[in-house]
Design a binder for this molecule. Structure first.
Ligand SMILES: *[C@@H]1O[C@H](CO)[C@@H](O)[C@H](O)[C@H]1NC(C)=O
Length: 196
C-alpha cells in the first residue's frame, strides 16, 4: 500500500514535470514562430507586441498568423472608430467646419475599413483548397482597400488650419491602424507565397 502510494506520487510528479517542459517548449516554439514571421512585415516590433500574446492560438501556422493579424487590426480599428465618434460629439460646437467634415469623412472611411476587414476575416476562416484562389484574391483586394481608406482619413487632417491637438490625436491613432493593416497584408502575402 505504502509502496504503491509512493509509486503513484513519483509517477504523478514525473508526468507533471514532463507536461510542464512540453508546454514551456511549445509556447517558446510558437513565440519564436511569431517572431520570425514578423520579420516579413514592415513594422516587426509592432507585429511582435501585438501578436506574441496570440502565439498559442497561432500554433506555428502562417494562415492562423495572418488571421490573428486581421483580428487584432479589426479590434484596433473598432476602438478608434468609437473614439472618433465620441470625439466628434463631445467637441461639437468647438470644431471648425473643416474639422467637422474631416472627422465625418474619417468615421465613414473607418466604417469602410471595418467592413473590409470583417469580410476578409470571414473568408480567411473559410479558406480551403477549392475556393483558395478566389478568396485569397478577395482578401488581398479588401485589405489593400482598407489601407487606402486609412490613408485617405489621415490626408483629411492635413493643412495648417486644423486644430493641432486634434490632428495629432487622430493621425496617431490612424497611423497605428495603418501599420497593423500593412503588417496583416504582409503576413497574408507571405502565407499566399508559401502556399503557392
Ligand atoms: C479571430 O477572431 C475570432 C472571433 O473572435 C476567433 O474565433 C478566432 O479564434 C480568432 N482567430 C485567431 C487566429 O486569432
Amino acid at each position: 500500500m505504502g509502496l504503491n502510494y509512493h509509486f503513484l506520487t513519483t509517477l504523478l510528479i514525473t508526468i507533471t514535470i514532463a507536461t510542464t517542459f512540453k508546454l514551456v517548449h511549445t509556447t517558446k516554439t510558437n513565440t519564436e514562430f511569431v517572431k520570425s514571421s514578423c520579420t516579413f512585415t514592415t513594422y516587426p516590433r509592432l507585429c511582435f507586441t501585438s501578436l506574441s500574446t496570440q502565439a498559442t492560438l497561432i500554433q506555428a501556422s502562417p494562415q492562423l498568423m495572418a488571421h490573428a493579424a486581421l483580428n487584432i487590426t479589426l479590434a484596433s480599428a473598432k476602438s478608434t472608430s468609437a473614439m472618433m465618434v465620441r470625439l466628434s460629439s463631445t467637441r461639437q460646437g468647438r470644431l471648425k467646419p473643416r474639422e467637422v467634415s474631416a472627422m465625418r469623412d474619417c468615421v465613414e472611411e473607418l466604417a469602410d475599413t471595418l467592413d473590409e476587414l470583417k469580410k476578409s476575416i470571414g473568408e480567411m476562416a473559410r479558406l480551403s483548397g477549392s475556393n483558395y484562389e478566389v478568396y485569397m484574391s478577395d482578401i488581398q483586394t479588401w485589405v489593400s482597400a482598407a489601407l487606402t481608406d486609412e490613408n485617405t482619413c489621415t490626408e483629411g487632417f492635413e493643412g495648417d488650419d486644423m486644430n493641432g491637438k486634434l490632428k495629432v490625436l487622430v493621425r496617431q491613432r490612424i497611423l497605428v491602424i495603418a501599420h497593423l493593416t500593412s503588417n496583416a497584408l504582409a503576413l497574408i502575402n507571405h502565407f499566399a507565397f508559401i502556399h503557392g
